[in-house]
Write a protein that binds this ligand. Structure first.
Ligand SMILES: Cc1ncc(COP(=O)(O)O)c(C=O)c1O
Length: 377
């Protein structure tokens, strides 16, 4: 057999091993997607587009309508971009890969705040770049600026900011985003700003885009998508925007790799961005779940978690139980019928477990009851 690509063997599959459906009756805190249906009006729009015959190839970066809808949506965060500099991609994930392909060369180092969503590590390795995992502060999962500065070398080319964050639930303070932007400016780094959870913030401080800060726009690629806020994970729709020069490179990546996202989903994507009621209802539901989940976990011996500030994850320290996180997750499944993600699947996540509240309040109550009974027993 001919040989394989040199990098692919070193690429992990993230949480995949812990995402396979567990036995029936298990409470699943593993899945990183909302349990809501996509709003009906969005579904209807996609169906109508199919019925109308929107079956052919179209503009590679996305229709003018959907690109304008994205540019308009981003003004909500103070991000001023031209719709000609927006590319709608097959998911936020692919947009991140385009950002890396456009800005990085093999051997370039990229700062990740650890524990980081595992796909960043995999994508970087796929293109021959080098992930550098810089641990966050363990007490609140916010960046440790001294550690970030210390991690920078002459090969550092970018940092990936994801706030609100998966897996930690942290939302970085404005002063922290300002400091990270300053570090990027001082060291001439790109910032890949993964803002996919931007509206899911429960703390007083909101999502702040580095692209809105002095010197930030020219080095920031803003990357987001429809999956989380609009409950559209399976639609595979994401966006990316940034300075025109980089966006030309991103357009080349999309034209070569995907042509475009499905033609009949573009109008529906634009429609979703104009909705207010449904995303607000999803937000309210997540907010309540976060309160309840965190309060229930506080009553369980050996589990310690800061209250998440955003997204829909709780990252809990389980070291007091005397187990490591793999043992904890394995036994939680076998002995308590609760499925969760062990943190050591991500560098810097040792001793932690991630729990998603993309599941009902009923399941949250039941899962916590089982964990409590198991750990007290
Ligand atoms: C931080 C982060 N970025 C990106 C994604 C992927 O988004 P999409 O479904 O749009 O590819 C996820 C999904 O879990 C995520 O948690």
């Amino acid at each position: 057999m001919p040989t394989l690509n040199d990098s692919v063997g070193s690429v992990g599959r993230g949480f995949a091993a812990f995402l396979t459906p567990p036995p029936e009756g298990t409470v699943r805190f593993t899945v990183g997607q909302p349990d809501f249906r996509t709003p009906d009006s969005v579904v209807e729009m996609a169906k109508a587009a199919l019925d109308e015959g929107q079956h052919g190839y179209t503009r590679s970066q996305g229709s003018e309508e959907v690109c304008e809808a994205v540019a308009n949506h981003l003004t909500k965060y103070g991000i001023e971009t031209n719709s000609l500099d927006v590319v709608v991609s097959p998911g936020c994930k692919q947009a991140l890969l385009y950002a890396m392909m456009s800005c990085l060369n093999p051997g370039d180092e990229v700062i990740l705040f650890a524990p980081a969503w595992p796909s960043y590590d995999g994508m970087l390795k796929l293109i021959g770049a080098v992930p550098v995992h810089v641990p966050v502060n363990r007490s609140n999962y916010h960046p440790d600026m001294d550690a970030v500065r210390a991690a920078i070398t002459s090969s550092t080319k970018a940092m990936i900011i994801n706030s609100p964050n998966n897996p930690t639930g942290a939302v970085y303070f404005p002063a922290e985003v300002e400091e990270l932007t300053k570090i990027a400016i001082d060291n001439d780094l790109w910032i890949f700003d993964d803002m996919i959870y931007s509206d899911l913030v429960y703390s007083d401080h909101k999502y702040l885009s580095p692209a809105t800060l002095d010197g930030g726009f020219e080095r920031t690629l803003t990357i987001g998508g429809w999956s989380k806020i609009w409950a559209m994970t399976g639609w595979r729709l994401g966006w990316i925007t940034g300075p025109s020069e980089v966006m030309e490179a991103v357009k080349t990546c999309q034209a070569s790799a995907a042509s475009h996202v499905p033609t009949f989903l573009m109008g529906a994507g634009a429609k979703a961005l104009a909705l207010e009621e449904e995303p607000q209802a999803f937000f309210e539901e997540f907010k309540e779940r976060r309160e309840v989940f965190h309060a229930l976990l506080e009553e369980i011996p050996g589990i310690n978690a800061p209250k998440p500030e955003g997204a829909f994850y709780i990252l809990a320290d389980i070291t007091e139980t005397g187990m490591d996180d793999i043992e904890f997750a394995t036994k939680a499944l076998e002995e308590a019928n609760v499925h969760l993600v062990p943190g050591s699947l991500m560098p810097g996540g040792e001793g932690l477990v991630r729990m998603s509240y993309g599941t009902s309040l009923e399941q949250i109550h039941e899962g916590c009851r089982r964990l409590k009974q198991w750990l007290e027993g």
